[in-house]
Design a protein around this ligand. Structure first.
Ligand SMILES: Cc1cc2nc3c(=O)[nH]c(=O)nc-3n(C[C@H](O)[C@H](O)[C@H](O)COP(=O)(O)O)c2cc1C
Length: 196
């Protein structure tokens, strides 16, 4: 995790960021980084890095005891007030690495995703702006009982949307991400109903 624990920020709304791409120059990891600079006052954001080190979900492994990295992820989610997810689009869905992480997070006996406020955004090099990835994450999270907000941010043609330092090039897109964070923070503060 980027930053050790939440206990330095007890008074803040705690948002945990997850990015569904492993590559160093990932647009989605850059999008999450950009979001971390746009959080409203009273909000702290951390990211859980290294989803690639989670084993593939296997019910036999689960039955034998949660792998340490899975336990780390579940604890980070449980201790957060809300999740911000940045997903790529792979063939009209999300990435395997992110789906795997969300599947691990969705398992009992403690339903850590139930009622958890979640916002989803995505960047892709195609014209659809990772819409297929965003929609697949929303379906998965709603099925797991999370409270996914309706607002999303979809960034098409990602190679033009980021500058050379992988910052968001367009003020309008930065404003969209800031609005997403504002809404997520409101949901996290007021507490969310469990999605039907
Ligand atoms: C297996 C695979 C499938 C992809 N499918 C799509 C797609 O359906 N739509 C799209 O816009 N881009 C697609 N792309 C391109 C991604 O948008 C691009 O690789 C993007 O940079 C991935 O996100 P990242 O920068 O965060 O790693 C695909 C890439 C891969 C590797």
């Amino acid at each position: 995790m980027d930053g050790e624990r939440w206990n330095m920020v007890d008074e803040a709304v705690k948002i945990l960021g997850l990015a569904g791409s492993l590559r160093e120059a990932s647009y989605n990891r850059a999008l999450l980084r950009a979001a971390s600079h746009l959080v409203p006052a009273g909000v702290a954001m951390r990211t859980f890095d290294g989803l690639g080190s989670l084993p593939f979900f296997d019910a036999d492994v689960e039955a034998a005891g949660l792998p340490a990295r899975v336990a780390d992820l579940r604890r980070a989610i449980a201790e957060s007030d809300a999740l911000l997810i940045a997903t790529p689009e792979y063939n009209d869905g999300t990435s395997a690495v992110l789906k795997n992480a969300l599947d691990w997070a969705s398992r009992g006996p403690i339903r850590i995703l139930a009622g958890k406020p979640v916002a989803v955004m995505g960047a892709a090099t195609g014209r659809g702006g990772a819409r297929g990835g965003i929609e697949s994450v929303i379906r998965t999270m709603r099925r797991a009982g999370a409270h996914v907000i309706d607002r999303t941010v979809a960034i098409p043609f990602a190679m033009e949307a980021f500058d050379d330092e992988l910052g968001l090039a367009e003020p309008r897109v930065r404003a969209d991400v800031a609005a997403l964070l504002d809404e997520l923070a409101v949901e996290a503060r007021t507490g969310a109903d469990i999605a039907a």
